[in-house]
Ligand binder design. Structure first.
Ligand code: AMP
Length: 294
C-alpha cells in the first residue's frame, strides 16, 4: 500500500495505474476510520481495479467555533485498517499543501446547501465542495464513493459533479450502524459514556418514524412529533433540527408523497451527531434499495 503525501506523488501514482488500464475507485474521508468508511472501501473495490482512500481533516469545512482541533486523528490506526482492507493507496496531504498561502478559490453549490446542516454550519458545504473538487482533480478517479450518512453532502456532491461536468461516477453506500443502531461516526469517540448511552435514541426516533410511514402516517407534523417525543429519552441532547425533506431537492415537505428523508442533528455537549432515514410512501415501498449509483 502506497502512502502519498504530496499532490505530485498522488498524481504520478494514479497516472501510472491508469497507464496500465486500471480503473480507480476513490473514498474521501477525514480519517479515524470505522466500519462505515470500510464499507465504502468495499464498494469502491467492487467498482474499480484499485482503491485510493484520502485522509484529510479539511479545515475549510469547519466553522471558527467548531471541533477542528478536537476532531479525532490516528494515522497509524487508519493505515493499519486500510492495509487490512486491501486499500492500494492512501492520499494523506497536509493542510498547507491543499491550501497554500494566498489560496482564494472556492466551489459553491447554491441550492441544496442552505437548509439542514448548512443552516447551522454556514460555510460548511463550501468547504466540502471545494475539497472534493480538488481531490477529484488531483486523483481523477473513475468513481467516488460517499455515504448516505451525510445525505445532504451526497446530494450536493452529485449536483456539483453534474453541474461542473466532472467525469466521475458517484456511488452511494448505506449507513453503517453500531449494534444498538447508532450511526457510525468518527465523532462518536468524542462522546462521554452518558452521552453515548443517550445517543442511541437518534436512530430509534428514525426507526419509529419509518414504521409510522409504513403504517400510513404521512404528515410532517405528526412524524416530527414522533421523533421529538422519542428524543425526550435523551435529555442531554440538544436538538439542532428534526425535519422531513424531499429526498432529491431537500426542500421541507408537508406530506410524504414521494421519497423523502427524515434528517436530524443533535448536539451532545460540543459534539454534533447527524442521522437520517429514507421515507418511502406506501406505494413506493417495493423500491427500498439503499445503495444507489448515479
Ligand atoms: P468523514 O470521514 O466523516 O468525512 O466521512 C467520509 C465518508 O464516509 C463520507 O462519504 C461519509 O458519508 C461516509 N460515512 C461516514 N460515516 C458513515 C456510516 N456510518 N456509514 C456509511 N458511510 C459513512
Amino acid at each position: 500500500m502506497e502512502i502519498l503525501e504530496t499532490i505530485e506523488a498522488a498524481r504520478r501514482w494514479t497516472a501510472s495505474r491508469r497507464a496500465v488500464g486500471r480503473t480507480i475507485g476513490f473514498v474521501p474521508t477525514m480519517g479515524y476510520l470505522h466500519d462505515g468508511h470500510l464499507s465504502l472501501v468495499r464498494l469502491a473495490r467492487q467498482q474499480a481495479d484499485v482503491v485510493v482512500v484520502s485522509i484529510f481533516v479539511n479545515p475549510t469545512q469547519f466553522g471558527p467555533n467548531e471541533d477542528l482541533a478536537r476532531y479525532p486523528r490516528d494515522f497509524a490506526r487508519d493505515e493499519a485498517l486500510c492495509r487490512a482492507e486491501g486499500v492500494d493507496a492512501i492520499f494523506y496531504p497536509s493542510p498547507a499543501m491543499m491550501y497554500p498561502p494566498g489560496y482564494s478559490t472556492y466551489v459553491v453549490e447554491e441550492a441544496l446547501g442552505n437548509g439542514l446542516c448548512g443552516a447551522s454550519r454556514p460555510g460548511h458545504f463550501r468547504g466540502v465542495t471545494t475539497v472534493v473538487a480538488k481531490l477529484f482533480n488531483i486523483l481523477q478517479p473513475d468513481c467516488g464513493v460517499f455515504g448516505e450518512k451525510d445525505a445532504q453532502q451526497l446530494r450536493i456532491i452529485r449536483r456539483m459533479v453534474r453541474d461542473l461536468d466532472i467525469p466521475v461516477a458517484l456511488i452511494a453506500g448505506p449507513i453503517a450502524r453500531e449494534a444498538d443502531g447508532l450511526a457510525m461516526s468518527s465523532r462518536n469517540a468524542l462522546l462521554s459514556p452518558e452521552n453515548r448511552a443517550e445517543a442511541v435514541w437518534l436512530s430509534r426516533a428514525l426507526t419509529a418514524v419509518q414504521d409510522a410511514v409504513t403504517s400510513g402516517m404521512l404528515d410532517r407534523a405528526g412524524l416530527i412529533e414522533i421523533a421529538q417525543r422519542i428524543l425526550t429519552n435523551a435529555p442531554r441532547g440538544k436538538i439542532d433540527y428534526v425535519t422531513v425533506v424531499d429526498d432529491e431537492t431537500l426542500v421541507p415537505v408537508e406530506r410524504v408523497e414521494r421519497p423523502a428523508l427524515m434528517a436530524l442533528a443533535v448536539f451532545f455537549g460540543p459534539t454534533r451527531l447527524i442521522d437520517n432515514v429514507r421515507l418511502l410512501p406506501p406505494d413506493h415501498q417495493s423500491a427500498t434499495s439503499s445503495t444507489s449509483s448515479t
